[in-house]
Design a protein around this ligand. Sequence first.
Ligand SMILES: [Zn+2]
Length: 236
Amino acid sequence: MSQAMALYHLQETELQLLRGQKRLAEIATALEDHQAIDQAQAAVEAAQRALSPLQTRARNLELEIQSNLAKIQNADEALYSGRIRNPKELQDLQQEIQALKRRNADLEDQLLETMLAIEEAEASLAQTRQALEQTTAAWNEQHAHLLEEQKQLKAERSKLLQQREQALAGIDAASLSEYNALKPRKQNQPIALLIGGSCAVCGVEQTQMLVSEAMQGRTLVKCLSCGRILAYRPGS
Ligand SMILES: [Zn+2]
């Protein structure tokens, strides 16, 4: 194998290593990200906070209605007991009963409204709880997939590192130093295949002389346009 082709194998292995590394970093970030669950949890808490004062209000209204009913009953009993004879006192008592009844009618309207509001608040609480469940289930599933992918990438990484060692074993010091010098200037892609007489990265057709030198593979030949080392793969 020519030095250019050996460098090409090194480059492809290193590019795969870089892609794997990038993906592993993405996975690590995704595994730490609980934002969706936190948001769903916050929605449940907000729905609970909206419901709770309505329930308190309904209990207070019920208590006041009960207390008024007891007062009405007492006043009724006094009215029909025959103990009170003074007409002014009887009239006052009747008025008090009327006032309590009007007050309770008003309280019952308020209670009905509150009960309707409670129904709505309970429905939205149930919705947010369901959404939280779904979000949690989806996150758990995604988490499992990511862990599996992470495992595969780590296994692949060890293989690629071995492959890199093997590729390096076939490369001489001068070729490697040229490769390393060119790498940062060519976005980690200092080697281009020569395909049909053209550089496969920039697409520019090479001179006949460059093509034949690249095909012989005795020296490192660079693309006349992008400056990458041209690797000729027999048959292309
Ligand atoms: Zn080129």
